[in-house]
Ligand binder design. Sequence first.
Ligand code: NCD
Length: 308
Amino acid sequence: MKKKNIISTEQFADKKFLERLFREADYFRKADEASRIPPLLKDKILASLFYEPSTRTRFSFEAAMLKMGGDVISTESASHFSSAIKGETLQDTIRVVSGYADIIVLRHFKEGASHLAAEVSRCPIINAGDGAGEHPTQALLDIYTIKRELGRIDGLNVTLLGDLKYGRAIRSLLKLLPAYKGVKIYLVSPQELRLPASHREYLKNKKVNFHELKYLDPVLRHTDVLYTTRVQKERFASRAEYERLRKSYRIDHDTLKKLKKRAIVMNPLPRVAEITKEVDEDPRAAYFRQAQNGLYIRMALLKWILSK
Ligand code: NCD
């Protein structure tokens, strides 16, 4: 049987696959609420190998595995507590760990790391974020959240706000949206954090209707999904540049007043300066529900990859 890896979001830009995945995630949500998750992954081992910090991605993958009857092996921080600190290459580490585990969830600071890992791995690799590259499972839980919150994806106006230059969550979601009809995308960012040319080219080739803007206000009343991200501090070469840009935009009570009544505000989390706490009380604030959805999408993905 061919290994099923999750390397790039584009693998999943297929409406039929996504609909099936959503149904599986719904199933796991109900099973979890009833405390009746079948032990589909008994005797399977997930290795979580994280070279960058993580809260949601790591805990939700590990919780998903444990709830499905499997086991987890990990190191607190692969950058510090794996043999990487002694100079071992990622490929060597993967060669070895893939002999101990049935699946590896990998987060790495280098773009393309999970692709390299998959080439030498004996077990499937899940890309849990590769530098400023991609974060496919985040995109899957994001698109699932939109469907669950608004009932559809076709025809929606999606505004992506923030660090479009380095934000891997946004770049990944952009690869799923073209699978749906009539989606309009507004890209709002300071000039310095503009979406890279290669990604704009991608949208053009997919014939997606998108517009770039510097300010959020004019599009708020047309927006169904307001997707925000933090300025990605760890990707900046200059601290001063980060400091200058980190407060470029902010969602607060006033923003909500101008936003559609039936819109949602999303964020992959962590949120830092971009959403004030007062927004949390508004029913349109979907980010904590979004994080919870990650658990169910990851259960569905683990089942898809690991169970017969
Ligand atoms: C995102 C990431 O790591 O790319 N977080 C996450 O996985 N939920 C977003 C971010 O760090 O800003």
